[in-house]
Design a protein around this ligand. Structure first.
Ligand SMILES: Nc1ncnc2c1ncn2[C@@H]1O[C@H](COP(=O)(O)OP(=O)(O)OP(=O)(O)O)[C@@H](O)[C@H]1O
Length: 792
């Protein structure tokens, strides 16, 4: 009896396990571990590598056959046969057709930008336009022809290399973004630069690696000058003989006589040709996979395109009209056609230009479609999932979604964010079924891992959006994102949005996006990622906070730690005098430094609020709402408010200390100058932090002189510092040390860092350096460092 119940229990467990496994597979995630103890990503990468090896082998074989084909053609020509005779006489195809077939087979469109190590946001405009407008396209034949011509021009036999073709590319948006190609002749001299890159590419091409030929898009084979190229190709082939493997030539192999001395072959450098191919790739990338829209500024932020003409549902249009969104912003105009078309997209647009609406409209349209598809779902399904890096941002995005859903009865949106009781989330999910979830990654994962019914909800997911995508794909979040992606269906549309998309992020974006995704870039290669306008005339030095802003006026000031807080007070006082409706955000490096500055400014009788991670969520939400709605207010905050927060009419952003990176500087600054309005940004750095300016030197930021701090101001700030509780000061010191210790490119050894921390310590009014726990010091690598005290 007992044994049969045990058996039943065991078989029940087995069933559950199997069901779990089947369920997990149907969710698109597959098992969590794979043969050899690999995780999904390692397994995926292993397979990618195997596929690459296979492609490489195939390409090698094709090349050998191709060379054999060329040889047999040469033989046929010598024997007086034409290539058509050759084809008739049993050979499968001419060498020309073979090249075409090769190109078709190995040079498919779409994959190249994921593998191109040269992509990324920061490229000069001239370079891009040169790539698009003045460089010729290539085909595999030209590779051979060019090689042969180079050799021949050196031996003085044929003089055709000096002539090349140029093309111009016409981007046709809305029709699959294909390009048309036109040709004209130009001199080769334009194309002779950057041969080193070309050599690299050639290596890739010959080795068949991903950076080489196989990642090229389908190449254009023009008809013009075919006969000339054909004969070129034949001679060119002879110079390739040394690459061929005779064993693989089978019946085609006859020992071919050497046509050129070895020394001559050695000169046959293909780097120029390869460089041209690279440039063509870039040019194509700019029009095929990337839609670039020129720098928008104040005047051109709103386009002429109306939402009403974009084919979105009338109820959404009605809600948009209620919210006074009639015409699209640049990013909406650029991204909506792509997103509404169901394509995966990576979208880059400056801060405050309306990205949220650009992804919310497609999300809502997706939900409407999905709901039509299955009306009788027993378990409520979530069709759109939006991930945000911070809780405040998730709340804001959900609020914006509610605005757009105003007339859509039956479509709901919920937030799942940390700091709220888990049980509350569950209750809300049960009582208010929602098709759109806006979540922070940690809390969402909690639900996925700890609430079995939750994963079933996600089975109906059609769209995944990552707002502030570069931050979410950062190391800090990446593991969570990988797990979340594992838990949602593979058949989905994914959209990534951000104002900054560094090179590395572009590469890892394939964790989420399909390979053939579209990159919508409204900043443009080499464009400035912040809203422009240094705003000062060359002759005049900007006077802190007094210059009249034209859009976003950026300046920085170098001052010793000892006067940072005095300086902030001084800047605020000046700004308050100038702006009757001021609204200021002051960013500090850490939560505890934020708390410290808040106490000082409050003591100095300023209308100040604080938001940082040490505050309870309810408090944070209340302050965030208050700041959004108020005027004449100052918010002191850590990076929890740096990204995405849409506080209207912020007149000034002050950043005290170095931001974690260039991107964060841009996002923090982006809290002002939104919707094309004016604003100012001031970065306050200690002298040793000035190295950071190198990271943002391409932005329109100007150095500002250190203003005279009058003794009264100094004394007032000193007095306020004196009143701050020592526990806050100690916390600020620890946090400061932790923050700077974690910045990779700080370029300071630990002893120097400890010295700098001591300087900071004095600037906040601590006489003695607070001690660290031994364990903390060990973790931070600060044990036995002079200047670091360890708690006994
Ligand atoms: N078509 C439109 N017409 C008028 N106002 C708009 C339109 N689209 C968006 N806005 C407004 O523009 C402001 C900025 O929008 P949003 O917060 O989406 O910017 P963002 O690009 O996401 O900024 P960030 O990069 O900081 O996240 C919001 O106040 C929004 O209401």
């Amino acid at each position: 009896m007992a044994s049969s119940s045990v058996l039943r229990e065991r078989s029940g467990t087995l069933h559950k396990l199997l069901a779990g496994l089947i369920f997990h597979r149907s969710m698109g995630g597959g098992p969590r571990t794979f043969p050899g103890g690999l995780n999904k990503w390692q397994y995926k990468r292993m397979h990618e590598k195997m596929a690459m090896d296979k492609e490489r082998r195939l390409l090698g074989q094709e090349k050998q056959i191709y060379q054999a084909r060329l040889r047999s053609e040469i033989r046929a020509k010598r024997a007086g046969k034409s290539s058509s005779d050759l084809a008739d006489s049993g050979a499968a195809m001419t060498s020309k057709a073979h090249v075409k077939a090769l190109a078709d087979r190995f040079m498919k469109e779409g994959a190249e930008d994921l593998w191109n190590e040269d992509d990324g946001p920061i490229r000069s405009r001239t370079r891009q336009s040169r790539a698009v407008n003045s460089l010729p396209p290539h085909d595999l034949r030209k590779l051979m022809v060019g090689r042969k011509n180079l050799i021949e021009s050196q031996v003085g036999r044929v003089d055709t290399f000096g002539q090349r073709r140029e093309y111009s590319t016409i981007s046709k948006r809305g029709s699959g973004m294909r390009s048309k190609t036109r040709w004209r002749r130009i001199s080769s001299s334009e194309e002779d630069s950057e041969s080193e890159e070309g050599v690299k590419a050639f290596r890739g091409a010959n080795m068949g690696t991903r950076t080489g030929l196989q990642m090229f898009p389908r190449l254009n084979i023009a008809n013009e000058g075919d006969s000339e190229e054909e004969s070129d190709m034949i001679t060119g082939a002879s110079s390739r003989i040394r690459f061929s493997n005779k064993a693989a030539l089978r019946n085609f192999d006859t020992k071919a006589p050497r046509r050129l001395p070895k020394s001559m072959v050695g000169h046959a450098d293909l780097s120029n040709e390869i460089q041209e191919i690279r440039n063509e790739l870039r040019a194509k990338k700019a029009v095929v996979n990337v839609t670039t829209h020129g720098n928008e500024d104040h005047e051109t932020l709103i386009t002429n395109k109306r939402f009403a003409d974009s084919g979105i549902s009338p109820l959404t249009i009605k809600a948009l009209t209620d919210a006074r969104y009639i015409q699209m912003t640049v990013v909406q105009d650029a991204a909506l056609p792509v997103c509404l078309d169901g394509k995966d997209a990576l979208v880059k647009a400056k801060t405050g230009t309306g990205k949220s609406v650009a992804f919310l409209i497609p999300a809502i349209e997706t939900v409407i479609k999905a709901m039509h598809g299955n009306m009788n779902q027993r378990i409520p399904q979530t069709h759109a999932l939006i991930l945000c890096p911070t809780r405040e941002l998730a709340i804001q995005v959900a609020a914006e979604a509610n605005v757009l859903l105003r007339h859509h009865d039956g479509i709901g949106v919920q937030t799942l964010i940390g700091g709220v009781r888990f049980k509350m989330d569950q209750k809300r999910l049960e009582s208010n079924p929602c098709q759109i979830i806006v979540a922070t990654p940690g809390r969402l994962l909690d639900h996925i891992e700890n609430k079995s019914g939750f994963s079933i909800r996600l089975m109906g997911l059609k769209m995944l959006v990552l707002d502030e995508a570069d931050h979410l794909l950062d190391l800090g979040f990446r593991k969570d994102i990988e797990k979340i992606v594992d838990s949602v269906p593979r058949q989905r549309q994914s959209l990534l949005f951000s104002a900054t998309i560094p090179k590395e992020v572009r590469r890892v974006s394939q964790l989420v996006l399909k390979r053939d995704h579209i990159f919508v870039d409204t900043v443009g290669l080499g464009g400035v990622e912040t809203h422009e306008k240094a705003g000062f005339t060359e002759a005049s030095q900007p006077d802190l906070a007094s210059a009249r802003p034209q859009h976003v006026l950026q300046s920085y000031i170098i001052a010793p730690h000892q006067v940072h807080f005095h300086l902030v007070y001084h800047i605020l006082k000046e700004h308050l005098q100038q702006e009757s409706d001021y609204k200021v955000i002051v960013f500090c490096t850490t939560a505890m430094v934020t708390a410290f500055l808040y106490v000082i400014l409050r003591d100095l009788k300023m209308n100040v609020r604080e938001i940082h991670s040490r505050k309870p969520q309810l408090y944070r939400t209340r302050i965030s709402d208050e700041f959004r709605e108020s005027k004449c207010i100052i918010l002191v905050t850590s990076d929890v408010s740096a990204r995405g927060m849409d506080y209207p009419d912020v007149t000034l952003v002050i950043q005290v200390g170095i931001p974690p990176d260039r991107e964060q500087y841009i996002h923090r600054l982006g809290r002002t100058g939104r919707e094309g309005k004016s604003g100012k940004g001031i970065l306050v750095l200690a002298p040793w932090e000035a190295y950071f300016m190198d990271q943002i030197k391409d932005l329109p930021i100007q150095k500002c002189h250190l203003p005279d701090l009058d003794p009264v101001t100094r004394q007032k700030v000193e007095d306020s510092i004196g009143k701050v509780d020592s526990s806050i000061k100690e916390g600020a010191y620890h946090a400061w040390l932790g923050y700077y210790n974690s910045i990779r490119d700080i370029g300071r050894d630990k002893t120097t860092l400890a010295e700098l921390a001591n300087q900071f310590c004095h600037s906040i009014g601590l006489e003695e350096t607070p001690a660290l726990f031994r364990k903390t010091a060990l973790k931070m690598g600060l044990k036995d460092i002079p200047g670091i005290r360890i708690r006994k």
